[in-house]
Design a protein around this ligand. Structure first.
Ligand SMILES: Nc1nc2c(c(=O)[nH]1)N[C@H]1C(S)=C(S)[C@@H](COP(=O)(O)O)O[C@H]1N2
Ligand SMILES: [Mo]
Length: 403
């Protein structure tokens, strides 16, 4: 995006994203530098500081809760449907690579393709573009609560409730890009492979790859994808857990057999007594595709509130479309209905906001919220343990101190 061709909406989005004049600076039209760190780094390589230290993220990590290579959003910082790019959580298996837009190419091929094609960023931009507002949530979101709700700690990043964000993504449909390579009748899986050092990849069956809502996003909230969120291209697979939305896509491989990679064998699989490994071989457990219906309060933990009437807010979502209702309860008392904001059939993959008024009495309290979707799926009162700590969606107790 050239600065002089930036329309007003894009310009406002750039300003809102905190990029400011840096986006129009000498770093170039596609650098999408956030915070200007490491602008000179080579394509495909993690950036280094002058001291030779590898930086994991390009964005300013200070608004986030840090977990190793990951950045968790503080939900209480979010005040609208859209998560601003600079507050969107980051889940990185390897440092954010800096990819040069000019030399970038996406290759599409493999045994299930008619031909191998090589597409530049301009080629991708020339295809019909689709925009959609969808949330992306890591399957490990809420992992940090396994111990308190099931009595057993799960391994991995101890996320709170903020490994989730909701953005407007736009770019060509994966189906249109696959059509350029031609998909053979014997094709089975489409593997989408990242250019990061982890070479993160997640295969999907043809029906998901051809789902008109599976897109190769080039922009996030109206600006080129920020480096940490996949610049220049990420796949957005709505409804599926975040690990399927591969960032920094460099290759799309059409396979004639089911493809097994880390993200569907050892990671992002349900491991435990209920999922016997021999049933899922070569995976260690049940590979995860879709997420769960969930809701979370946009409050710190514990929340500190003043006594008296006040509105509490949060976010609710389901992989099967907008939630239909959210209820809340205090200290395991009766459930009451919250007011839903923003849920809409026109945005089937967006999260909703909810709010309710509570007259807070002084003391220590526990508030739970519970979302229900159109399919009638809701959040259970007890959590089920799995060793890798995925998909927890218990109606989570939120501690609140009222003074
Ligand atoms: N190439 C690549 N893509 C990736 C990952 C990664 O480490 N490398 N992490 C995945 C995981 S596990 C999640 S939850 C989402 C997080 O997206 P975000 O960092 O934009 O929030 O990206 C997914 N795509
Ligand atoms: Mo994830």
């Amino acid at each position: 995006m050239k600065c002089d061709s930036m329309n007003r909406r894009e310009a406002l989005a750039v300003i809102a994203a905190g990029v400011g004049v840096a986006a129009c600076g000498p770093a170039g039209e596609d650098s999408a530098s956030e915070g200007g760190v490491g602008a000179g780094a080579a394509g495909g390589q993690a950036q280094e500081t002058a001291g030779g230290e590898t930086l994991i993220w390009v964005k300013d990590p200070s608004p986030f809760i840090q977990h190793g290579t990951n950045l968790e959003t503080r939900l209480e910082d979010l005040h609208s449907l859209i998560t601003p790019n600079e507050l969107f959580f980051v889940r990185n298996h390897a440092p954010t690579p800096r990819i040069d837009a000019g030399s970038y190419a996406l290759t599409v091929g493999g045994p299930g393709a008619e031909r191998e094609v090589r597409l530049s960023l301009d080629d991708l931009r020339a295809l019909p573009s689709q925009s959609q507002i969808s949330y992306i949530e890591c399957a490990g979101n809420w992992r940090g609560f396994f111990n308190s709700v099931t009595g057993r700690t799960a391994s991995g990043s101890q996320w709170g409730t903020g490994a989730i964000g909701c953005a407007e993504w736009s770019g060509p449909r994966l189906a249109d890009v696959l059509a350029l390579a031609g998909v053979r009748a014997d094709a089975v899986d489409v593997n989408v492979i990242g250019l990061d050092e982890a070479e993160w990849a997640r295969p999907m069956p043809l029906d998901k790859a051809f789902d008109p809502d599976t897109i190769l996003a080039l922009t996030m909230n109206g600006v080129p994808l920020p480096p940490d969120h996949g610049f220049p291209v990420r796949v957005v697979v709505p409804g599926w857990v975040g690990s399927s939305s591969v960032k920094w896509v460099g290759r799309i491989e059409v396979a004639t057999e089911k493809v097994w990679v880390r993200a569907n064998t050892s990671s992002y699989v349900l491991v435990g007594d209920e999922w016997p490994a021999d049933r899922y071989a070569p995976a260690d457990g049940a590979p995860i595709t879709t997420g769960m219906v969930k809701s979370a309060l946009a409050l710190p933990r514990p929340a500190q509130l003043a006594a008296g009437p006040q509105w509490l807010r949060g976010f609710a979502y389901s992989p099967r479309g907008p939630v239909e209702g959210v209820e809340w309860c205090v200290n395991d008392g009766p459930w009451a209905r919250a007011r839903l904001i923003g849920a809409s059939a026109a945005m089937p993959y967006a999260w909703s906001r909810f709010e309710f008024e509570w007259t807070a009495p002084p003391g220590s309290h526990v508030i739970r919220t519970r979302a229900t979707d159109a399919a009638g799926d809701t959040q259970p009162l007890e959590g089920v343990y799995n060793a890798k700590g995925y998909l927890l969606n218990v109606a989570l107790p939120h501690p609140v101190e009222v003074v």
